[in-house]
Design a protein around this ligand. Structure first.
Ligand code: SF4
Ligand code: SF4
Length: 380
């Protein structure tokens, strides 16, 4: 099934770009980073190494849901991300609220290690994107960057366990692999693993902190041939989730016209960042402004209807959405491939979830994150 609201929004934007060369676009996807804390320290991760969580105190539950309400007035779909979003003990309330407010699809980006603790959220998600770069356990354990034996093995078990539940519970798992020079040989085996257990694969190149590509990767023949192979697998109707346009851009690190207003990003403290996290010249506090229209108008006033990016980075969510605007028919095919199922929404369930729950505090609670980063699923 295709999400009509997203479909109409997409084509409205497409015509604005095509015939008016306008950046006055209506956003497609809200990226809400609910926390910057994480229970891992992946070797390529900016959050893990620059400790952004101290700069961005988190909102409490009620505030976080208020931000969702404000943004829902202007944006049809949501991706909840982090840091590791499952470190928030109110993540079930946030996701359920996103569903009740009518975001469609609702996606969650996670490292998956705490999923068994919150597995009920799967009933409210359309997509769950789990980071896994390789099934080579030694390599992946090293990438995770913390001392915890058998972490990758446990993650693979978790993914395999929930992959079996996708059809019945109407959600989809995408594995997301960051392409780094040391693991390029492992990407196609990862693809076959994903196919075997019935999940899909997305990739993104390792990027520098400013979203630029690492020159070593761009010069690596193995990198090019890996992308070529993924393009072929995709054309054979394989389980590659990225668009062909996206793959061809990251293969050559070709510059592209970026439309950052399509994917507004909210930081853990509730600020909308303008025009994007790389340039980050302005912040708009959503709770203070209290209205999506006001925040969006301020963004357009500050950066203009015809904003042209001075630097061109390769942040996947901006590149993927912006390049969707180049080929409308291919994009339509991609929207169909999303195959979003209708899920029933039950508002009373939210009240049930609230009952007896300790309030999630604003600020940054810092439990000892890396001591026990994984929860194992219970047998069915
Ligand atoms: S799981 Fe994600 S947020 Fe956490 S360290 Fe790894 S890449 Fe960073
Ligand atoms: S290309 Fe990168 S730096 Fe430029 S506007 Fe888009 S996200 Fe921002």
């Amino acid at each position: 099934m295709i999400n009509m609201r997203l479909f109409l929004r997409f084509y409205e934007d497409y015509f604005r770009i095509r015939y008016f060369d306008s950046q006055n676009l209506k956003p497609l996807l809200l990226a809400y980073f609910v926390t910057y804390r994480c229970n891992l320290k992946c070797c390529y991760c900016d959050h893990a190494h620059n400790n952004h969580s101290h700069k961005f105190p988190e909102l409490d539950t009620v505030q976080a849901i208020e931000v969702l309400k404000i943004c829902r007035r202007g944006i049809p779909a949501i991706a909840i991300s982090g840091g590791e979003p499952l470190l928030r003990t109110d993540i079930d309330l946030i996701i359920k609220s996103a569903r009740i407010l009518g975001f469609k699809p609702v996606s969650l980006f996670t490292n998956g290690l705490l999923l068994p603790r919150y597995e009920k959220i799967l009933d409210d998600l359309d997509f769950i994107q789990i980071s896994l770069d390789t099934i080579n356990e030694k390599v992946q354990d090293k990438i995770f960057g913390i001392q915890h034996s058998g972490l990758t093995r446990q993650l693979i078990d978790i993914i395999t366990f929930y992959a079996r539940q996708q059809q019945k519970r109407h959600f989809r798992i995408n594995l997301n692999a960051v392409l780094i020079p040391d693991q390029l040989d492992d990407v196609i085996p990862l693809y076959y693993f994903a196919s075997k257990i019935g999940v899909r694969l997305t990739v993104c190149p390792q990027l520098l902190d400013n979203g630029q590509y690492a020159p070593a990767l761009a010069a690596d023949q193995k990198y090019h041939s890996t992308i070529d192979r993924l393009v072929t697998l995709k054309s054979q109707n394989g389980r590659v989730m990225d668009t062909t346009e996206f793959l061809s851009h990251i293969r050559e690190f070709r510059s592209f016209r970026c439309y950052p207003y399509l994917t507004p990003r909210i930081y853990p403290n509730g600020d909308l960042v303008g025009p994007c996290p790389v340039i980050a010249e302005k912040r708009y506090p959503m709770l203070e402004l209290g209205s999506w229209e006001k925040a969006y108008q301020a963004l357009i006033t500050d950066f203009g209807k015809n904003y042209r990016c001075p630097s061109n980075c390769f942040l996947p969510c901006y590149l993927e959405t912006s390049t969707l605007m180049i080929h409308p028919w291919q994009s339509l095919k991609e929207l169909f491939r999303l195959n979003i199922k209708l899920k029933k929404v039950n508002e009373t369930e939210l009240m049930e979830l609230f009952k007896g729950k300790k309030p999630y505090p604003a600020g940054n609670i810092q439990p000892e994150l890396h001591k026990n980063p994984v929860v194992t699923p219970e047998a069915p």
